[in-house]
Design a protein around this ligand. Structure first.
Ligand SMILES: [Ca+2]
Ligand SMILES: [Ca+2]
Ligand SMILES: [Ca+2]
Ligand SMILES: [Ca+2]
Length: 549
């Protein structure tokens, strides 16, 4: 019994243990579930956190390793506009290009928003991107051309540098006799105009020796020289045609609006003028100027929603305050917008040109320099362009029968007379493109605004012949008619009168002819003599008065 009891107790025991065990299992399951849920939540949160900070970045320089120590040392110049490809390693022998970057003026480059993973950074020609051919084989492990690295979440990897061998030095030319000019173009970090210790030369800047039309380019140390010169006065000018990207200010000598950035040097026979140096610095900033380029269809200077936006318009910026060199031109986006960034505070002139022919009338745009504060985002600098409305000139060529320079109603038009047209301010003169109709009328269209010159063109004009019969021009009395046109203006009544002369005499004398000239002089001479007599008489009278008193 006991046993039974025991057994039953045991059974009861066993039952209660089983119940406890079951409860424990439930607790464990619940705990586990909770833990799992918590874990999942935590993992989820971690994943969220990780994805928020997961992209890493890679940055470095492409530079000339002047001392060949493998390191980027101070004043070792960078290589501008070299291309780097970031390729993700997706297999033992496979990589896939994901992004291309170009080096800036100082040789720096960067890839941002790089997902964690294995990468190659390759210097050299851009491999094809995308498609089955988009995965170039891994290049040979050459540190000068390629770096292989692993980007962890949120990691910024810097100084992933590529060194360039020094360009092969040209054989030193036999040192020419004569005088020479030498110096540096240097980055004047502190802007004091002086080449201080620690300030570096700038490679690849051009200089011109004016007068001799010699050119030089600075070497890797920023140095240049002009040699083999004779004694005399020289001007060395820093060329601003091709400068690295950005806004550069000349610190010594300062830029002059008329002469640019130049040194004047006087050389004795055989003298070497050294330290004829140019200081420049690059101005950094965080401001930006932007706006839209649009077709101002209704010409009201306001950009309306239905007016077309102009992409591919060229935009150019010039700094006013810093004797600045122009930034490289930028183009507007397809939606007409543009943004010129990284600008220091100052005044800028912004220029835009419309991408399409005919859109040559600017209806709106900044009238003078725009003023940019430090870090300011100045938007709304819009440019509106409208289509040029062509102007025209018309009139008649009339036979001035009585030669009086006045075109009367009974005087007939002359057909087939040519006219010469000088278009606008150009030196190009088109003759014979315009001819008069049967009734003597002519018309010329498709003219731009501005000054246009017209004169008659005929083989029987007096200009073309020594002896009559010929035609003389009686209207106008000047050689050319000059017509100043507004945009779209139709200038009418621009008439010419010509008179036929059949025999050498008597020649008609239209108004303002040369026959009046001697009389004019004679009259002036007579008037002068009379004046002298009057003055002399006055003096004599005065003297007489004095004597009498
Ligand atoms: Ca080095
Ligand atoms: Ca300095
Ligand atoms: Ca408008
Ligand atoms: Ca007449």
């Amino acid at each position: 019994m006991r046993t039974r009891y025991n057994a039953s107790v045991n059974e009861n025991d066993a039952g209660s243990r089983q119940a406890i065990a079951m409860k424990l299992v439930w607790v464990v399951v619940l705990l586990a579930t909770a833990a799992l849920a918590a874990g999942l939540l935590r993992a989820d949160r971690l994943a969220n956190l990780a994805s928020a900070e997961s992209p890493g970045s890679i940055a470095g320089f492409v530079f000339y390793d002047l001392n060949e120590n493998g390191l980027r040392d101070r004043c070792e110049p960078g290589l501008e506009r070299s291309y780097l490809t970031l390729a993700k390693v997706t297999g033992p022998e496979v990589s896939e290009p994901v992004e291309v970057a170009a080096t800036a003026w100082d040789g720096s480059y960067s890839f941002s928003d790089v997902e964690p993973g294995d990468y190659l950074v390759v210097l050299g020609p851009v491999p094809p991107v995308g498609g089955p051919q988009g995965a170039p084989p891994l290049p040979a492990a050459d540190a000068a051309l390629m770096h292989r690295l692993t980007v962890e979440a949120g990691q910024s990897i810097k100084e992933v540098n590529f060194r360039i061998a020094l360009p092969e030095a040209a054989a030193a030319p036999p040192s020419p006799t004569g005088a020479s000019i030498e110096g540096y173009v240097f980055f004047d970090t502190d802007g004091d105009g002086v080449l201080d210790e620690g300030e570096c030369g700038l490679k690849g800047w051009s200089l011109t020796l004016l007068g001799d039309d010699m050119r030089a380019e600075t070497g890797v140390d920023g140095g240049y020289s002009f040699s083999g010169l004779s004694a005399g006065a020289y001007r060395v000018r820093l060329s601003l045609v091709r400068v690295p990207e950005g806004i550069w200010q000349a610190t010594s000598p300062a830029s002059d609006p008329r002469t640019g950035v130049q040194h004047e040097v006087v050389l004795e026979e055989g003298q070497t003028a050294s330290q004829v140096s140019f200081g420049v610095r690059r101005l950094e900033g965080t401001g930006a100027i932007g706006g839209f380029v649009f077709e101002d269809v209704n010409r009201n200077g306001v950009m309306e929603p239905d007016e077309p936006r102009l992409g591919r318009a060229q935009l150019r910026l010039e700094g006013v305050d810093f004797s600045t060199y122009s930034l490289e031109p930028a183009a507007s986006e397809a939606d007409g917008s543009y943004l010129l960034g990284d600008l220091p505070a100052g005044r800028y002139r912004v220029f835009a040109s419309a991408p399409m022919l005919g859109l040559s009338v600017r209806t709106t745009g900044p009238e003078g320099p725009v003023v940019l504060a430090e870090g300011e985002m100045l938007t709304g600098v819009n440019f509106g362009f409208a289509r040029l409305r062509p102007a025209s000139i018309s009139g008649r060529v009339i036979n001035d029968l009585d030669g009086d320079g006045v075109l009367e109603e009974d005087e007939p038009g002359l057909s087939g007379w040519g006219l010469c047209l000088a278009r606008g301010s150009s030196d190009v003169i088109d003759c014979g493109i315009i001819h008069t109709e049967e009734d003597g009328t002519y018309a010329v269209g498709d003219l731009g605004p501005g000054s246009h010159g017209l004169r008659l063109d005929h083989p029987e004009l007096k200009d073309e012949r020594d002896q009559p019969p010929y035609w003389v021009v009686t209207l106008p009395d000047t050689y050319w008619r000059t017509v100043i046109l507004e945009e779209g203006q139709a200038a009418t009544g621009v008439d010419f009168g010509v008179h036929r002369v059949e025999s050498p005499s008597p020649e008609p004398s239209p108004s303002g002819s040369s026959s009046g000239l001697p009389i004019g002089w004679w009259q002036i001479a007579l008037a002068a003599v009379c004046s002298v007599m009057v003055v002399a008489g006055g003096i004599l009278a005065a003297v007489g008065t004095v004597r009498r008193s």
